[in-house]
Design a protein around this ligand. Structure first.
Ligand SMILES: [Fe+2]
Ligand SMILES: [Fe+2]
Length: 377
């Protein structure tokens, strides 16, 4: 029932009479006490860990027995509650478990909740600001931080876009995605704060990167968005963070990247466990996944080669702009880019797609790069 105004509400005589009668007479209806639901008393399996989502995985409420198609519930009714007639149809777009589910998704949520950190207080800001960086290095760092802020802003928008489109029955996934949005918002915060504390501020946004990022936002389905975001983009960013930690100008900056990495590893973990789950339960989707990856690889991998990312990376890895610094920077950056591609294919192999190497132009590109640079394949 919905009412546009108080007048409409008062005009619903049945409802108003019942409500006023209850208050006047004190006679209660109590039909909700006879809800046809399972009586349960869930307990922590491990008292030290506390009551987890896994402890609630019992008949009538659990996720193990949840059907592939969330057909029954179209409303906000929490899974396991009685759904009376007349609940609104929320028209959720994603109603298939296979589109969202991942092994251990409930564990990823619990981990996210217990490992939240604070960008305002967990980084030694005073120490970072005191460590004056050489101008070229500081400017390159500010440029890298500008790029990372752009990346994290889109990484916040994508889970938020899908959160309300998932059927309410998938609430473990929805909760996980909510923590992801919070993590990404904190990443955008920490990179912005660091850029504005280098003495230079932000540098230049990148059109090339933004087109790649827009592709992530515009994916047609959650399955595509998740492959492109959780598995590809965030996997790529995870390698980028590891290298960024390595080339960071101060120990405080290394700490900053370590904090961000622990969240990013969890997001990639969800993407991998989701893909594994789909391949295990719906092997017929393999071809479709290859098709999505073909498309996403075109866009996602272009980002790392944009001038606004490549050049600051070279300067930071070589620790300056002198000829010998740049030569050293180019060597490290090439090693990073090759590692990034290799790790992407390693992740896919771990998920059960070792054949992706032979199907992808990226793998061919990596081999060509190795040949050109005289690196052993
Ligand atoms: Fe992030
Ligand atoms: Fe992330």
């Amino acid at each position: 029932m919905s009412y546009l105004s108080t007048k409409d509400f008062l005009a619903d005589k049945d409802f108003v009479d019942r409500w006023q009668y209850t208050l006047r007479s004190g006679e209660l209806d109590l039909s909700w006490m006879r809800a046809g639901t399972e009586k349960v008393e869930c307990k922590p399996q491990n008292a030290r860990r506390g009551l987890t989502f896994r402890d609630l995985d019992v008949p009538g409420y659990g996720y193990t027995t949840m059907p592939e198609l969330a057909r029954e519930n179209r409303s906000f009714a929490p899974r396991g509650a009685e759904i009376p007639a007349g609940c609104p149809d929320l028209q959720a777009e994603v109603n298939r478990k296979s589109e969202v589910w991942a092994y251990n998704v409930e564990g990823y949520y619990e981990e996210a909740m217990s490992r939240q950190w604070n960008a305002t207080t967990d980084v030694p800001w005073a120490e970072l600001i005191e460590a004056k960086l050489p101008d070229d290095v500081a400017r390159a760092y500010s440029q890298l931080l500008t790029f990372l802020t752009e990346v994290e802003m889109i990484a916040t928008d994508v889970p938020c876009k899908w959160l309300g489109r998932l059927n309410a029955d998938f609430f473990e996934v929805k909760n996980f995605i909510a923590t992801q949005a919070m993590d990404e918002a904190r990443h955008a915060e920490i990179f912005r704060k660091r850029a504005l504390s280098t003495g230079w501020g932000l540098m230049r946004a990148s059109a090339q990167n933004e087109f790649n990022l827009k592709f992530l936002r515009d994916a047609d389905s959650f399955a595509e968005a998740s492959l492109a975001l959780h598995l590809q983009a965030e996997g790529m960013v995870l390698t980028l963070f590891r290298f960024s930690e390595y080339i960071s100008p101060t120990d405080g900056d290394k700490k900053l990247f370590r904090l961000v990495m622990q969240d990013e590893a969890r997001h990639v973990g969800y993407g991998m466990q989701h893909l594994k789950w789909v391949l295990d339960h719906f092997p017929e989707k393999r071809e479709l996944i290859h098709h999505h990856l073909d498309e996403a690889e075109n866009f996602v991998f272009g980002g790392g080669y944009a001038t606004e990312v490549l050049e600051p990376f070279i300067i930071l890895s070589g620790k300056g702009l002198k000829k010998e610094n740049v030569a050293q920077g180019v060597r490290i950056t090439l090693a990073f880019q090759m590692k990034q591609t290799e790790e992407y294919f390693e992740r896919l192999a771990k998920c059960g797609m070792p054949e992706r190497r032979d199907r992808s132009r990226l793998w061919k590109m990596l081999e060509l790069n190795k040949q050109a640079l005289g690196v052993a394949a």
